[in-house]
Design a binder for this molecule. Structure first.
Ligand code: BMA
Length: 308
């Protein structure tokens, strides 16, 4: 039974299922942006041998997708940087000027770490230095420099399924050297954000600051449950949290969110703003992808009025 706040689910959910790619066991937790006169995405595909790969997808309407059956091939000028073409997951995409930057989690032998690549056309991908060494997950880049520096939110973690997790901010003059690490926000003693939290889509610049949609995890007697929450961060000092929702924005209530490889997961990973409409894409039960829409004004009002 749907329990909706401001986000209304698309009636045809889930919009992407494993049927979209021949070798897919599941397609979830993926990155989608507006591109030319339609949409493009980088999709997390867990293949039938449980290798996790990233595939490009294209769509005219953001609902019906063509996803490449083959994973992304990276180009890299530096032979010291190992190409991250497999054991890769949870991409996030951000457009800065005319370039799309994407971060993802590399399941390296030493633990999960954060990769970075750029593309302008979703055909050629240039891999850069890793942003963070192990163990770190859920990194997303802000859509513009803040005080002259690139900025990220990320979540230090561990080698396993990480029973903790707080959001941190870091900045860089050149996308290579990262520092000035600041704690942004952590778990709360009770509720749907008590085990761990992590940044979702690229923060959205609004009048009041940065709107962040994030995931929060609760540990029940039956394992982890994933929810979506919202926060507003200060515009010039985004490690300062102005508002943070006490109530969740979205919870796993639909059958496709409740049943799958990992049950009871809504995992917000992309948000596209078109006028006053915000379109949220989220992974469902580690199996498929769905979409929900809201008025941006309503989301901001919800975050402000349902905060601590
Ligand atoms: C993400 C990934 C997944 C995990 C999920 C819940 O951060 O690490 O592998 O199952 O959270 O969707």
């Amino acid at each position: 039974m749907a329990n909706e706040t401001v986000f209304k689910r698309y009636k045809g959910n889930p919009i992407i299922t494993p049927k979209a790619v021949p070798r897919a066991n599941s397609i979830h937790n993926s990155a989608i942006v507006s591109f030319n006169d339609g949409y493009a995405g980088i999709f997390r595909v867990d293949e039938v041998d449980f290798n996790f790969t990233m595939h490009v997808g294209r769509s005219k309407d953001g609902i019906k997708w063509e996803i490449d059956p083959k994973p992304i091939k990276m180009k890299c000028d530096d032979p010291e940087i190992p190409l991250a073409e497999e054991r890769t997951y949870d991409p996030r995409l951000t457009k800065i000027e005319d370039t799309y930057y994407f971060t993802w989690c590399i399941d390296s032998a030493q633990g999960p770490c954060i990769g970075l690549a750029t593309t302008k056309d979703f055909k050629v991908f240039h891999q850069m230095e890793n942003i963070m060494p192990p163990a770190n997950r859920n990194c997303v880049i802000f859509p513009r420099k803040i005080k002259g520096k690139y900025a990220i939110l990320h979540r230090p973690s561990d080698m396993g399924h990480t029973p903790f997790g707080h959001i941190f901010y870091s900045s860089s003059p050149d996308l290579v050297h990262w520092g000035c690490h600041r704690f942004v926000m952590g778990t709360l003693r009770s509720g749907w954000q008590s085990t761990k939290i992590g940044p979702g889509p690229a923060p959205i610049e609004i009048k009041e600051g940065w709107l962040l949609i994030y995931h929060g995890v609760w540990t029940s007697c039956n394992g982890y449950l994933y929810y979506a929450g919202g926060a507003i961060l200060d515009k010039e000092k985004p490690w300062k949290v102005l508002y943070r929702t006490k109530d969740y924005l979205l919870a796993p209530t639909e059958i496709y969110e409740r049943v799958g490889d990992v049950p009871n997961v809504v995992f917000p990973s992309s948000a596209i703003v078109e006028g006053d409409k915000i379109r949220l894409y989220y992974g469902c039960a580690d199996t498929c992808i769905s979409m929900a829409e809201a008025s941006l004004k309503d989301v901001i009002k919800f975050v402000k009025t349902h905060s601590f």
